[in-house]
Design a protein around this ligand. Structure first.
Ligand SMILES: *Cc1c(COP(=O)(O)O)cnc(C)c1O
Length: 340
């Protein structure tokens, strides 16, 4: 079955632009030292300030509607981009949204994504979590999701639970479709980049990108820069979702851990805690390209790409893609750090 035959609820403005970062290349030493860098602007997917989750939510919301759902429940850290975009998607699909968010502060300030969650009218439930373990409080989160789902059902609603990051097989289809879009853009532009760099978290993006790259014979190797730990378990999870997505598409192609490249060298102290290199990358992209990265994901991924350029891991005669997955609203919850 082709990806075009799978139900999709339109939420994103597609295709997103593919543009060369000429000034960034110059700043990183010019053609003698730095490869050509093509930016795939999934920060411009358009859904309530954009980001990669818009692509996943197109398939997740279609699935929820097909199942007769009346409400979406999802979870993430308090500055979750996925939660913000789920709240937005729910509005556009006429559904309710309940967000179960982990936070070290039991009363987090309404800034950044959380401010937007409230503006979108989402029902927010805060689960206390230590700062650097924001994604590792599984049981409390699962219990809260179960309680919220039960409360919704008691009110006659039909909840549809979306896992953290929208990283299910259905969600991963968003990046199978995203790969088809990108491969078409590359062919039209006569480009054959060797690598695609992106920020890797809950791995649904990886599952879709790697499955898509195999299905559509992408010229590039997919390079994940991890923003949180959990290597081997997450590899198994990414393969499971990718292969379930392949089954939904009724294709024989399968993804194994050997297909996955994830560099855990740029996480720093933990998820959501910006490193110095991350802050440097955010400032550099703002000043050279007038493009905003974010402190939790794309700043770290770009820090990884920049380090690979500086260390000669990538040759200057290569062309690479940087997939900008969004996250911009989180900057507004980190003002002091960004300017320090
Ligand atoms: C969620 C997110 C990612 C990571 O995507 P996963 O599918 O969770 O790995 C990357 N960048 C941004 C800005 C995100 O919000």
């Amino acid at each position: 079955m082709s990806i075009g035959a799978i139900p999709r609820f339109p939420l994103a403005t597609l295709p997103t632009p593919l543009q060369e970062a000429v000034r960034l290349r110059q700043a990183l030493g010019g053609p003698g030292r730095c490869p050509r860098i093509l930016l795939k602007r999934d920060d411009l997917t358009g859904l309530a300030l954009g980001g990669n989750k818009a692509r996943k939510l197109e398939y997740l919301v279609a699935d929820a509607l097909r199942q007769g759902a009346t409400a979406l429940i999802t979870t993430g850290a308090v500055q979750s981009n996925h939660a913000r975009m789920t709240a937005a998607a729910a509005r556009l699909a006429g559904l309710r949204a309940s967000l179960v968010l982990t936070s070290a502060d039991p009363n987090p300030p309404a800034q950044g994504n959380l401010l937007l969650d409230h503006l979108l009218g989402a029902e927010v439930h805060i689960v206390p979590a230590p700062a650097d373990k924001a994604l590792a409080v599984g049981d409390a989160v699962e219990e809260t999701i179960a309680r919220v789902a039960a409360e919704l059902r008691a009110r006659g609603e039909r909840p549809y639970v979306i896992p953290v990051g929208g990283s299910s097989a259905v969600g991963a289809l968003g990046y199978v479709a995203g790969t088809l879009e990108l491969v078409g853009q590359l062919a039209a532009a006569g480009e054959a980049p060797t690598r695609l760099y992106y920020a890797s978290g809950s791995r649904g993006t990886q599952a879709g990108l790697v499955l898509g790259a195999k299905l559509y014979s992408a010229p590039y190797q997919v390079y994940g820069i991890a923003v949180s730990g959990g290597g081997p378990d997450k590899d198994a999870h990414a393969c499971a979702i990718a292969n379930e997505a392949a089954a939904l598409l009724r294709v024989e192609t399968r993804v194994t851990p050997a297909d996955l490249v994830t560099d855990e060298g740029y996480i720093g102290e933990g998820y959501g805690i910006p490193t110095e290199a991350c802050l440097e990358a955010i400032r550099l992209l703002a000043r050279e390209e007038a493009i905003f990265l974010d402190p939790s994901y794309t700043g770290k991924a770009m820090a990884g790409l920049i380090d690979h350029v500086r260390r000669g891991v990538i040759r200057p005669d290569e062309t690479v893609i940087f997939l900008h997955t969004g996250g911009v609203p989180a900057n507004f919850a980190h003002g002091e750090r960004l300017l320090a």
